[in-house]
Design a protein around this ligand. Structure first.
Ligand code: SAH
Length: 346
């Protein structure tokens, strides 16, 4: 399989069959080979620098019912909360002090926040912290809304496509959600001028080497600036409660392949990865990741933003998280930088 990994490096693409066979048939040795290559590519572009993003989970109300997600509308056990603009700004202030220069506003699709409200929040953050980037991760909206948020100053948008295979998408989502619409949103966001992130869960129910191959082809076509992947982790109050979680091994291998294909992409080592392995983030970095997104949400709401069971770092203050992370990153020979951490063109 090493020849396929070499080919991916050289051509930045493989055929669907080649991706499928690489994902299905690789050895432990291939994983090491890919990780080494991936890390070298990341080092050549981003050096030993790791970018940090302050994640603010500002609402766990959601109008959608994604089958895998703990904050789906029909989970009556979820204790719902919303943050006010003032609370969000307070998180940013704390984050700024700690060296964060990107704030990621993530939430369920919560109609309580009108377009005007989101614009107002984005404008307020950008005017108070003019050297910071604002990333939105608030789901599927109309083109017009995306444009308004962009004009208000939002720089980036994260919208994982979840799976690029139609049939697989339908097994993870209720009928009113469609892959076509989600993909359209991603192309619109790019068109407007956002730095865009797509992505998927590793080991989600019904995922196969073939659906993953389609994810790679879609990512190659979209050319996003960021790709977020992390293991699927079951949530006890969802229909997937008894499904198996994605593995560390597979997530690391796919991170490496993404780095080898998309060279300069911003690639986070996610909280979900840290949840399935105590040193998951460090291992993610060694496999090719160059971004981490610690939590800046107020501690009293953190445990309520439970997309999956066992999420780590829900009890720590932002400052503790920040310092813990710094130590972890240094333990593998990298360091956190105080920077917006924009996408670098090679
Ligand atoms: N409402 C926003 C944010 C979704 S939450 C949106 O639609 O984009 C962010 C990501 O968490 C999701 O895109 C999904 O990939 C991931 N996620 C949700 N449930 C999960 C689970 N059980 N295990 C792992 N990741 C999960």
């Amino acid at each position: 399989m090493k020849s396929l990994i070499d080919k991916l490096e050289k051509d930045s693409i493989l055929t669907k069959d080649e991706f499928t066979s690489l994902i299905q048939n690789h050895s432990d040795d291939d994983e090491l080979y890919a990780a080494k290559k991936a890390r070298k590519i990341a080092d050549d572009i981003y050096g030993k620098e790791i970018y940090i993003r302050g994640l603010i989970e500002f609402t766990n109300y959601c109008r959608n019912d994604c089958y895998y997600c703990g904050i789906q509308r029909s989970n009556k056990c979820a204790e719902r909360y919303r943050l006010s603009k003032e609370q969000i700004l307070l998180c940013c202030e704390q984050g700024y002090e700690l060296g964060y220069r990107t704030f990621v506003l993530q939430g369920g699709e919560d109609p309580f926040y009108s377009d005007e409200a989101i614009e107002d929040i984005v404008r307020s953050i950008k005017s108070r912290f003019s050297d910071c980037a604002v990333t939105l991760s608030i789901g599927e909206k109309e083109y017009e809304s995306y444009k308004r948020f962009f004009d208000a100053g939002a720089d980036r948008y994260l919208l994982r496509h979840e799976t690029a295979n139609d049939e697989h998408y339908r097994k993870l989502h209720p009928a009113e959600l469609s892959l076509e619409h989600r993909k359209n949103c991603l192309y619109q966001l790019k068109d407007i001028g956002y730095q865009v992130g797509c992505g998927f869960m590793v080991g989600s129910p019904f995922q196969t080497a073939e659906t993953l191959a389609e994810d790679f082809l879609f990512i190659h076509d979209l050319k996003p600036q960021m790709v977020g992947i992390g293991p699927f982790i079951p949530h006890q109050k969802t229909r997937f409660a008894d499904e198996k979680a994605g593995t560390l091994k597979q997530t690391l291998f796919l991170l490496s392949l993404l780095r080898i294909m998309e060279k300069n992409v911003l690639l986070p080592a996610t909280t979900a990865l840290a949840t399935i392995d105590p040193t998951g983030r460090e291992k993610g970095i060694l496999a090719g990741a160059n971004v981490v997104m610690p939590n800046l949400s107020p501690v009293d709401v953190r445990s309520k933003y439970t997309l999956y069971d066992g999420k780590v770092c829900t009890g720590e203050e932002a400052a503790e998280c920040r310092h813990c992370l710094e130590r972890r990153i240094e333990s593998v020979g990298y360091h956190v930088v105080i920077s917006r951490g924009d996408y670098k063109l090679v």
